[in-house]
Design a binder for this molecule. Structure first.
Ligand code: APR
Ligand code: PHB
Length: 388
């Protein structure tokens, strides 16, 4: 078997890359370890920057997000019962974000890609990269007891944080940076109307809370919890009670409902700067992880994919590899800025166990500065809608 670009991983990065390449007449095959049902049931964040929606349009998969996505032109920062509204639209000259679940983006991409014969192999076991340093790489995998090998021109590593692609880069050239946060986010999804029509990022003495949504009928909430905590420690009532405490005075009443999903995610900032090695190029979570504060994860994955798809197009249309060579440098500039913003917003709004009373006063002073300064609010809005 042969293809031009072998894509490892069928999450949003791999799916979007494959569809963009297809629209440019470039052939690819996606190898995904899990089943389609599994991939489509993973619940992740739900805020799309305008650039991400535009990229979905370029890939021809923006119908549903335009119909069902909710345009948000502001959000709230909550501080001890009072709110600061960040008027994204006013502060960024008319920009907005779209509330639309990553799960839905994945489904939309799968719908078009499943119509392309042989474009994706689900439940591909033991995916292994071969000869990525040389001119003729290949990817092998096992399925139903058989081993298959696909030779290709390039390998795109879109297999997330735990994938095999990043691990295939020799340790002596790898440059990685990491910061682990001493807490996680406990999330709950429920079919109840949201407590507010805009998102609320709340600073509270018990810890951070976020009120988000998927639609007018489906809410998504999170609270900061110690890293050692388990979702089983949080029966629905305990979680709703805590949300009421942390969001008190910031929004309307919180409507309770049974959890459709409840899980704890650890928070981490991670950048693997070696985003290319020979014929292998990493994109999305395979190369970087950000804490969910600010919802940059999927948007960063989309911007990697845009830069990489453009570089492949230059290669195949013009025989020019300059853009492929410059891919890591171009992608990393935007990645580090998003890593900074999500780290900064996390530090501003969360209670770290190591914080002294002085540190907490500093947080509140910074929030009060933001409340009173259009300049500070503009900085936040500009980052939130997505840097160019
Ligand atoms: N072989 C094949 N597929 C693999 C392997 C492997 N060895 N390891 C992982 N995968 C698959 C996973 O099953 C998953 O479907 O790669 C996919 C990676 O998808 P994601 O983890 O969603 O990463 P990405 O596509 O880059 O999407 C980034 O996801 O985690 C969020 O915040 C993040 O929103 C961002 C988005
Ligand atoms: C979500 O709705 O899941 C969400 C929204 C905003 C964030 C993170 C997660 O910053």
């Amino acid at each position: 078997m042969r293809t031009q670009v072998a894509i490892v991983g069928g999450g949003p990065s791999g799916l979007l890359l494959s569809q963009l390449l297809y629209t440019d007449g470039i052939d690819s095959v996606i190898l995904e370890k899990k089943s389609r049902e599994y991939v489509e049931s993973r619940i992740r964040a739900g805020i799309l920057e305008q650039g991400t929606v535009d990229l979905l349009a370029r890939a021809g998969v923006d119908d549903r997000v335009r119909r069902e996505g909710l345009k948000h032109d502001g959000f709230l920062l909550g501080v001890d019962g009072t709110v600061i509204r960040i008027d994204i639209q006013k502060l960024t000259g008319g920009k907005a974000v779209t509330v639309y679940g990553q799960t839905e983006v994945t489904k939309d991409l799968n719908t078009v890609i499943s119509g392309r014969e042989g474009a994706i192999v689900y439940e591909a076991d033991n995916v292994t990269l071969h000869d990525i340093a040389g001119p003729s790489p290949a990817v092998s995998y096992e399925k139903d007891g058989q081993t298959y090998t696909i030779s290709c021109d390039f390998v795109a590593g879109c297999d997330g944080y735990h994938g095999v692609s990043r691990a295939s880069i020799p340790a002596d050239v790898a440059r990685a940076f990491e910061f682990l946060y001493p807490f996680g986010w406990l999330g709950i999804l429920a079919d109840v109307p949201p407590c507010n029509h805009e998102l609320i990022y709340a600073h509270h003495r018990n810890g951070f809370a976020l009120a988000s949504m998927r639609s007018h009928q489906r809410s998504r909430y999170y609270i900061q919890v110690p890293a050692s905590e388990r979702a089983e420690d949080w029966p629905d009532d305990r979680l709703w009670n805590e949300l009421e405490v942390r969001l008190s005075g910031l929004a309307g009443p919180i409507t309770r409902g049974p959890a459709l999903e409840k899980s704890i995610a650890p928070l981490r900032s991670f950048v693997f700067e070696t985003m290319s090695y020979g014929r292998l190029f990493l994109a999305g979570d395979a190369a970087h992880i950000v804490p969910p504060t600010g919802a940059k994860g999927l948007n960063l994955a989309a911007s990697d994919v845009r830069i990489l798809a453009d570089a492949f197009r230059e290669h195949y249309r013009k025989g020019n590899d300059e853009a492929l060579t410059r891919y890591p440098q171009r992608a990393l500039d935007r990645i580090w800025k998003a890593v900074r913003f999500s780290w900064w917003l996390t530090r501003l709004t969360h209670r770290f166990p190591s914080m002294s009373p002085f540190d907490i006063r500093m947080q509140v002073a910074e929030l009060n500065y933001i409340r009173d300064s259009a300049f500070a609010q503009t900085t936040i809005a500009e980052n939130y809608v997505g840097l160019p």
